[in-house]
Write a protein that binds this ligand. Structure first.
Ligand SMILES: Cc1cc2nc3c(=O)[nH]c(=O)nc-3n(C[C@H](O)[C@H](O)[C@H](O)COP(=O)(O)O)c2cc1C
Length: 322
């Protein structure tokens, strides 16, 4: 259960940072995992309209989006965009990140692919401005709504504060704590009580990736899925990505993760292994189920498809019995 905060203010100890930090702290109190992307500190290059995303489905610009942030967006259950008002809009730092998400727009609308988390991903906006203008947040809200649509997050609303000029102003606001808690209760809390399941295989490149994505896609309202591998490969398998794209499920930005890391971050209630024989993990209190499926790595495409379809059948049955 990942809440991803996109922090747009360049100011140290600023109002936006305070607001997002509180939102994420309360999310953690409810049991969510959180990541903050500090846009001002990251290497995020603006879109150069090379149009590769619309023609080929990927962005050739090499920066932190490509290496890390695209994958965090793909993994997120809740995306929180947080920004001060700069000239009646969001900051350039956050806007640069958003423009580069045109790749998600292209994969969704040009290539007709779907994010595995599409059924439950939510988006929320936090913003602050110094003046009290009636239309102060209108441009930001409109841009953010379109951004959330591109990354397949349902817009859940916003918390905005006028009259916040100096760093520290918002911390002194009388009702901010209560309002943040109410927002987190509405947006984050309903997603926390899903069953936490890890799908595991050796390399986390094929079987467990497909299983976790299908569990998210088909049963994300019941299952909070993550995957991991006992000996994770450097990258996921491109034949697996293509096989999932045939089902319209997009794993373009999926990355591998070690099983140890998955267990530490996800605190699973159940682990489903894809075939581990004697080496099945044993964790007190955690249910282990072994599906014993063949490893499709280095096999022809039809083997990958067969394993994918078998996984789909088993995931559907798992969802039914949860
Ligand atoms: C370049 C710049 C442009 C700004 N434009 C606006 C504006 O159009 N309307 C407004 O109400 N405040 C404007 N502000 C004020 C900030 O929104 C305000 O100080 C806010 O509290 C900063 O948030 P932060 O502490 O999170 O950085 C601007 C500030 C800067 C630095």
């Amino acid at each position: 259960m990942l809440v991803l905060g996109l922090q747009g203010s360049p100011r140290k100890k600023g109002n936006t940072r305070f607001l997002l930090d509180r939102f994420l702290e309360v999310s953690r109190d409810f049991g969510a995992r959180t990541i903050t992307v500090d846009t001002d500190k990251r290497n995020i290059l603006p879109c150069r309209e090379l149009t590769a995303c619309e023609r080929k489905g990927f962005c050739p610009i090499k920066d932190d989006l490509k290496d890390e942030i695209y994958s965090q967006i793909q993994e997120a259950d809740v995306i929180v965009a947080a920004t001060p008002v700069f000239f009646y809009n969001m900051t350039a730092q956050l806007k640069a990140l958003i423009d580069r998400c045109q790749v998600f727009w292209a994969r969704k609308y040009r290539f007709k692919l779907k994010e595995p988390g599409i059924g439950q991903r939510r988006g929320y906006l936090l913003s602050v401005g110094a003046s009290r203008g009636k239309q102060l947040f209108e441009a930001i809200e409109l841009s953010t709504r379109y951004f959330f649509d591109a990354v397949s997050a349902k817009y859940e609303g916003c918390l905005t504060y006028r009259g916040m000029e100096n760093a520290g102003d918002l911390a002194a606001h009388p009702s901010v704590e209560k309002e943040v808690r109410q927002a987190v209760e509405k947006v984050v809390k309903p997603l926390v009580n899903r069953k936490r399941i890890i799908f595991a295989c050796r390399e986390n490149a094929c079987r467990s990736q497909m299983a976790a994505a299908l569990a998210r896609y088909l049963g994300g309202d019941k299952i909070d899925a993550m995957s991991g591998g006992s000996e994770p490969a450097e990258k996921v398998n491109p034949i697996m990505q293509a096989a999932m794209a045939e089902k319209q499920i997009d794993l373009a930005f999926a990355q591998t993760r070690s099983l140890g890391d998955a267990i530490e971050t996800h605190h699973p209630e159940m682990i489903v292994t894809m075939g581990c024989g004697e080496a099945c993990p044993v964790i007190p209190g955690v249910k282990i189920e072994d599906w014993d499926l063949p490893d499709p790595a280095d096999q022809p495409e039809h083997v990958m498809r067969k394993v994918r379809d078998e996984i789909e059948i088993r995931v559907k049955s798992l969802i039914k019995h949860i």
